[in-house]
Design a protein around this ligand. Structure first.
Ligand code: BDR
Ligand code: CA
Length: 306
């Protein structure tokens, strides 16, 4: 099997934790670097969490700190969903130390060393955009960019905007315009990956080690969402990882996406699903998810971790 060399840029974050474990458990992905931004919580917490998550999986992947906030505008965290510590109050053992350096430099160093790197973004897009903006010649080394970001109907941080897109819309716009293939797992896709009490019980029943146990505890600590009549909460970030592991779980379409950067609609992703603009597509939109297949994959992979 050819393993896909990839970077995961993240802001853990309850669902980021599950996404990282899914990626680290999957032989299809060769995770060479984890870069961290402030997002769901401040960089101090997201970096500590990333170290603990990778450490619990027993893997020695370099973890490098990056942006504390967006390219422009103010930083705002999302503690209502993720808790003050970013992991819904679930304490993990201290992880390995971070690798010294800055995320954008580490991403560029990997791109210089490898051709065909997949960039996976499951937080604000700042680190990835900075890496590509500071050495544009490296863009050809990027195989593709896969992001959990955006929404084509309504947002989850404002009426207009999804949290990651809203956190750094200028950075997201740069990625969409960089000329490499971009795939988006938006809120409409991740709404199909609903974590319910039954699904947490099924996950627990799979046995497994500390990572699976922590996943169940983290999922139980996230408040059920009003958007889903309190039936559960959407498991956003693992959808982007699952796409790279098993694309047969998804349907998709090519679309043009514009990112609104100003005013009340800051962070809105205007997704032209029906080609009304006639503009050339700049993204692949993940449309539907086989939820049962997705949760089976997640359970099987997480059960194999320590
Ligand atoms: C995204 O924002 C964060 O709260 C989640 O980790 C996910 O990346 C969903 O809008
Ligand atoms: Ca995230």
């Amino acid at each position: 099997m050819t393993r896909r060399v990839c970077v995961i840029d993240t802001d853990p974050g309850t669902d980021d934790a599950v996404a990282l474990w899914l990626a680290l458990a999957s032989p299809e992905l060769d995770v060479r670097l984890v870069t961290v931004a402030g997002g769901n919580v401040g960089l101090g917490h997201t970096l500590r969490n990333a170290r603990a998550i990778v450490g619990l999986a027993g893997q020695a992947v370099p973890i490098v700190a990056g942006a504390e906030g967006p390219l422009l505008g103010a930083f705002r965290s999302e503690t209502q969903v993720h808790g003050a510590d970013g992991l819904a109050g679930v304490a993990l053992p201290e992880g390995p130390p971070a690798t010294p350096g800055i995320a954008a430099d580490a991403i560029r160093a990997l791109l210089r060393a490898e051709v065909g790197v997949t960039l996976i973004g499951i937080g604000p897009a700042t680190n990835l955009a900075l890496a590509l903006a500071t050495e544009p010649a490296l863009i050809d080394r990027v195989a593709e960019i896969v992001l959990m970001t955006g929404a084509w109907s309504e947002g989850n941080i404002t009426a207009s905007a999804e949290f990651n897109a809203w956190s750094d819309p200028e950075a997201l716009a740069m990625l969409l315009e960089c000329g490499r293939p971009v795939t988006l797992a938006t809120l409409e896709l991740t709404a199909q990956a609903l974590v319910t009490r039954e699904r947490i019980d099924a996950l627990r029943a799979a046995g497994g080690g500390a990572c699976l146990d922590a996943t169940a505890r983290i999922m139980s600590g996230v408040p059920p969402s009003r958007r889903f009549a309190h039936r559960g909460h959407p498991l956003h970030d693992p959808c982007a990882i699952a796409w790279l592991i098993d694309p047969t779980l998804f349907t998709h379409r090519d679309v043009h996406v514009h990112v609104e950067c100003g005013g009340v609609a800051r962070g809105r992703t205007v997704v032209d699903r029906w080609d009304r603009s006639g503009l050339a597509p700049n993204a692949r939109l993940l449309d539907t998810l086989d939820a049962e297949g997705f949760f089976s994959l997640l359970t099987e992979r997480l059960a194999a971790l320590p």
